[in-house]
Design a protein around this ligand. Structure first.
Ligand SMILES: Cc1cc2nc3c(=O)[nH]c(=O)nc-3n(C[C@H](O)[C@H](O)[C@H](O)COP(=O)(O)O)c2cc1C
Length: 208
C-alpha cells in the first residue's frame, strides 16, 4: 500500500501531530493504493490550464521560501507524465528561489483553479537548466509573443502529487475567464443604450 504524498509528508513530527489530534489511525484507516508519482490525464489537463503557481523552496538556513510564478495559461508544460518544465522569467533579481534550488532541489508547489475550486499539491525535485544550452528544450518551453525575459528553465521531477478538497476556496475569475459571461451583457447594454438614445430623440422631436 502506498499513499505517495503522505509517505513523504508524514515525518515523525507529523505523525505525532496526527496522534495528538486524534488522527493517529490515519495510516491504519487508509486502504489500498493511492499512487501519485505519475500524472494522469486529469492532472495533465489541469496543469495545462494554469496561469500561475506557488513554489516553496528551502533555504540553506532552513527557512521555507514561497514565491509566485505566473505566465500565460499553459506556461507550465507537462514534458512527460513525471516531469514539468517552466520558463523562469526575470523578476526582482533577488534570485532567492534560484539560489535555494542550487543547494536544495526539493520544492513544494501549489496550483490553484479558483473558478472550479480545485487545487493540486506537488512535491518535486527541481533542476535548473540554461535554455541557451538546450535549444530543443527552449522550443518546448517558449511562449510565443509573451513579453518576459527568460533567465532559465525549471525542470520539475515529480515526487508525488495530491489533490486538496475545495473547502474554503473562494471562487475568483480572471478577466479572460469573465469575458464570455460578460460579452452578452455588454451587447445587451449597448442595444439598450442605443434604444434609449433613439427614444430620447423621438421624445425631443415630438416636443413632449
Ligand atoms: C520589477 C519587478 C519588481 C518586483 N518586486 C518584487 C518584490 O518587491 N517582492 C516580491 O515578492 N516580488 C517582486 N517581484 C516579483 C518577483 O520578482 C518574481 O516573483 C520573481 O520570480 C522572484 O523570484 P525569487 O523570489 O525566487 O527571487 C518583482 C518583479 C519585477 C519584474
Amino acid at each position: 500500500m502506498a499513499y505517495g504524498f503522505l509517505d513523504i509528508a508524514a515525518t515523525p513530527g507529523v505523525r505525532a501531530a496526527q496522534q495528538a489530534n486524534g488522527r493517529g489511525d490515519y495510516w491504519a484507516a487508509f486502504k489500498g493504493d493511492r499512487p501519485s508519482d505519475r500524472f494522469t490525464e486529469a492532472e495533465t489537463a489541469f496543469i495545462a490550464e494554469r496561469d500561475s503557481f506557488y513554489m516553496a523552496t528551502v533555504s540553506e538556513s532552513g527557512w521555507p521560501y514561497v514565491q509566485h510564478r505566473g505566465g500565460p495559461s499553459g506556461f507550465i508544460r507537462v514534458l512527460d507524465n513525471r516531469t514539468l518544465g517552466v520558463a523562469d522569467f526575470r523578476g526582482n533579481r533577488q534570485y532567492i528561489s534560484a539560489g535555494n534550488l542550487a543547494s536544495e532541489g526539493r520544492a513544494a508547489l501549489i496550483l490553484m483553479d479558483y473558478p472550479n475550486r480545485r487545487r493540486l499539491k506537488i512535491y518535486a525535485h527541481v533542476e535548473t537548466k540554461d535554455l541557451a544550452a538546450d535549444p530543443e528544450l527552449a522550443a518546448r518551453l517558449t511562449l510565443p509573443g509573451y513579453r518576459a525575459k527568460v533567465e532559465r528553465s525549471l525542470i520539475m521531477h515529480l515526487a508525488a502529487f495530491d489533490w486538496n478538497c475545495p473547502q474554503h476556496i473562494t471562487q475568483r475569475f480572471s478577466e479572460a475567464e469573465l469575458a464570455p459571461a460578460l460579452a452578452p451583457l455588454r451587447s445587451r447594454l449597448e442595444a439598450l443604450e442605443s434604444e434609449n438614445k433613439a427614444l430620447r430623440a423621438l421624445l425631443a422631436a415630438t416636443g413632449d
